[in-house]
Design a protein around this ligand. Structure first.
Ligand code: FES
Ligand code: FES
Length: 184
């Protein structure tokens, strides 16, 4: 018998009526129309269905949707936009980290989990993190390069943001003169 569930996906509360046995990947794709999460095997081997659940990369074909109520789910649709790509998306593009693109959403979300835990991973750590994600096209070299490039870009952005905070005045300068628009 179907039952209503509420999932928080990409920061938005979404509702669906699903069978208790429904897998998260099927609910995301079929009920919530988030088809960026792919199905490559349905047997928890390929990683194409990877999403973030409370920040951790999880193969969504291994989770029942009802298990995920109350957790924050992030799919590839929620990590960046066409106008404002996530650094991993930019790096996969620039480093030619994809060919057909079928594995790419899962690769990016797995890498996002890694970089959240380890901002400067070694090549070995990157390969270890991605070992549950299969790619039939690229030979992995450029995927690893893309993750390295994204990690460097994210470290630079953080350093720049920290630098601009250091350069901010501790106390706002005293106002002088009239407020804009004041009658004189
Ligand atoms: S579809 Fe989930 S691991 Fe392949
Ligand atoms: S880019 Fe085709 S499967 Fe990875």
């Amino acid at each position: 018998m179907k039952r209503p569930i509420t999932l928080t996906v990409n920061g938005t509360v979404r509702s669906a009526v699903v069978e208790p046995r429904a897998l998260l990947v099927h609910v995301l794709r079929d009920d919530l129309d988030l088809t960026g999460t792919h199905i490559g095997c349905d047997t928890s081997q390929c990683g194409a269905c990877t999403v973030l659940i409370d920040g951790l990369a999880v193969k969504s074909c291994t989770q029942l949707a009802i298990q995920c109520e109350g957790q924050a789910i992030t799919t590839i649709e929620g990590i960046g936009t066409i106008e404002d790509l996530h650094p991993l998306q930019t790096a996969f593009w620039e480093q030619h980290g994809l060919q057909c693109g079928f594995c790419t959403p899962g690769m990016i979300l797995t890498a996002a989990d890694l970089l959240a835990r380890d901002p400067d991973p070694s090549e070995t750590a990157i390969r270890h993190a991605l070992e549950g994600n299969y790619c039939r096209c690229t030979g992995y070299q450029n995927i690893v390069k893309a993750v390295q490039a994204a990690a460097a870009a994210m470290r630079s952005a953080r350093a720049a943001a920290a630098g601009s905070r250091v350069n901010e005045p501790a106390v706002a300068p005293a106002r002088t003169g009239q407020p804009a628009g004041a009658a004189v």
